[in-house]
Design a protein around this ligand. Structure first.
Ligand SMILES: C[S@@+](CC[C@H](N)C(=O)[O-])C[C@H]1O[C@@H](n2cnc3c(N)ncnc32)[C@H](O)[C@@H]1O
Ligand code: SF4
Length: 303
């Protein structure tokens, strides 16, 4: 079943028949990276780092598709670094493979340290603040490189994701303005730092509330924030949504091949400190909240 007909069918299967079929898959293709961000829990170095082969990712895509998934996010590490020389394949070969298989949409998340060349339907560029805060979180010179590559990109669906920590929260408005004014950027979303490894960067509750208040104002003032108003409100306190969470809507395949039926946060036992807007948004999606359905459809459209 193709296109828009698929979603009511998926919803019926899951909501009415109680099945747990993922709609989106997050596949980690490498844990190699060209940056070493303060907040990141993914990256490995030296002999511990690994990249999957083309055949491994193709098998994982098929597994996800057969399970019901129709959106795929290629994650890392840095996806632009991924290569399988033996198969003469780069990230675009994975994107083409997913499309041929029948996925409706492909996404790549990038630090934009290298030119943004991936031809996915949607690109997330990570910007964790304006220059000083971004470089503090991601390393010296990383903001200038990311902006240079955004300036050079002709991708029609380039979006920004910001991870808000206790060191960069003051820059949410600056990033929202940058996105609004930059001709190559469509929208931004943000999430709060999730304490997988340490709690040092965790945003305290009063600051978290102030960031959400400001985000709601910015959205009402026409800034291109993708988080829904209802999702932002829920994100104030994870206790308000984690018992109703529907995080199985995304399944995850880790770099070591581990297949998780839901967000890795569940396995890492960090749901009480969830900062992922997606956790709240997926709950809203499953209750067919109109704002969320509209946001979900518009971010996947390429123009
Ligand atoms: C792991 S990175 C991989 C893609 C690419 N290297 C990048 O930085 O965009 C994917 C996203 O996860 C975010 N991220 C990493 N560690 C996080 C954490 N502890 N809490 C919340 N988001 C995190 C990154 O900021 C980035 O937006
Ligand atoms: S660029 Fe992405 S994958 Fe690399 S260290 Fe930073 S957040 Fe992690």
């Amino acid at each position: 079943m193709k296109g828009m007909l698929y979603y009511p069918w998926w919803f019926f299967q899951c909501k009415v028949l109680g099945r747990r079929k993922p709609l989106q898959s997050v596949i980690f293709i490498t844990d190699r990276c060209n940056l070493h961000c303060r907040h990141c829990n993914v990256v490995k170095e030296g002999p511990d780092a690994r990249s999957k082969s083309f055949a491994e990712v193709r098998d994982e895509l098929q597994y996800c598709y057969d399970a019901g998934s129709r959106f795929v996010d290629f994650e890392g590490g840095e996806p632009h670094l991924w290569r399988d020389k033996g198969a003469d394949a780069d990230i675009d070969a994975l994107i083409a493979c997913a499309r041929e298989m029948g996925f409706h949409s492909t996404t790549v998340t990038t630090n934009a340290w290298m030119p943004i060349t991936a031809r996915s339907d949607l690109i997330w560029v990570s910007l964790d603040g304006l220059e000083a805060a971004h470089d503090d979180q991601r390393g010296s010179g990383s903001f200038a490189r990311a902006m240079q590559h955004i300036d050079q990109s002709a991708h029609p669906n380039l979006n920004v994701n910001m991870v808000v920590t206790n060191r960069n929260h003051h820059d949410l408005e600056g990033v929202a303005r940058l996105v609004k004014e930059h001709p190559h950027l469509r929208r931004m979303s943000f999430s709060f730092y999730v304490p997988y490894d340490s709690r040092d960067l965790l945003v305290p509750p009063d600051v978290r509330n102030a960031v959400i208040d400001r985000a709601i104002e910015l959205k009402k003032d026409g800034y291109p924030l993708m988080n829904s108003l209802a999702g932002l409100d829920l994100l104030r306190d994870p206790q308000r949504f984690i018992h109703k969470r529907q995080c199985w809507i995304s399944n995850f395949i880790m770099v070591d091949g581990t297949r998780l039926p839901a967000c890795p946060g569940e396995a890492a036992d960090v749901c009480e400190d969830c900062g992922f807007g997606m956790g709240a948004e997926m709950m809203l999606l499953f209750s067919l909240h109109p704002e969320m359905v509209k946001a979900g459809l518009s971010v996947r459209a390429s123009s």
